[in-house]
Design a protein. Structure first.
Length: 134
């Protein structure tokens, strides 16, 4: 057995919070022990339902279009998070996809993501993930 002390978090410390955009089944949330996700959306209802089962306290939004049509509730849930993790649809860009970029509707989502980010300007950290060989 190790004699190393186990780190204990300060109970007065604010927990790390995040938002998942095009969150899929929530791999990032799973890596975070399914805690402290404040807002989530994905365009795939099946993936969203899988995520919702594991994360019942997260504010889950129906689709990217519903958010861009009326962003107020989403922005309210997201504006104070520490991190936004974005995994935009890769079918328009990936090697295994069409490689048609912004000529596809799904490819234009990445441009709309940046417009939505402007509505939450105080979030200190944003990560955008995509796969080229998918």
């Amino acid at each position: 057995p190790s004699n190393a002390s186990i780190p204990v978090s300060d109970p007065n410390e604010k927990p790390f919070t995040y938002s998942l955009w095009f969150g899929g089944i929530g791999a990032f949330a799973a890596a975070s022990n399914d805690r402290n996700c404040k807002s989530y959306f994905d365009n795939d209802p099946y993936r969203s339902s899988l995520f919702a089962k594991r994360n019942p306290s997260t504010n889950i939004f129906e689709s990217f279009k519903s958010i861009t049509d009326n962003p107020a509730d989403f922005v309210k849930c997201t504006k104070d998070v520490d991190y936004i993790h974005i995994s935009p649809p890769c079918d328009a860009y990936s090697m295994g996809g069409s490689q048609q970029g912004t000529s596809l509707e799904s490819g234009r989502h990445i441009l709309r993501v940046f417009k939505l980010l402007k509505l939450v300007p105080d979030v200190p950290m944003v990560g955008v993930e995509n796969v080229d060989e998918f």
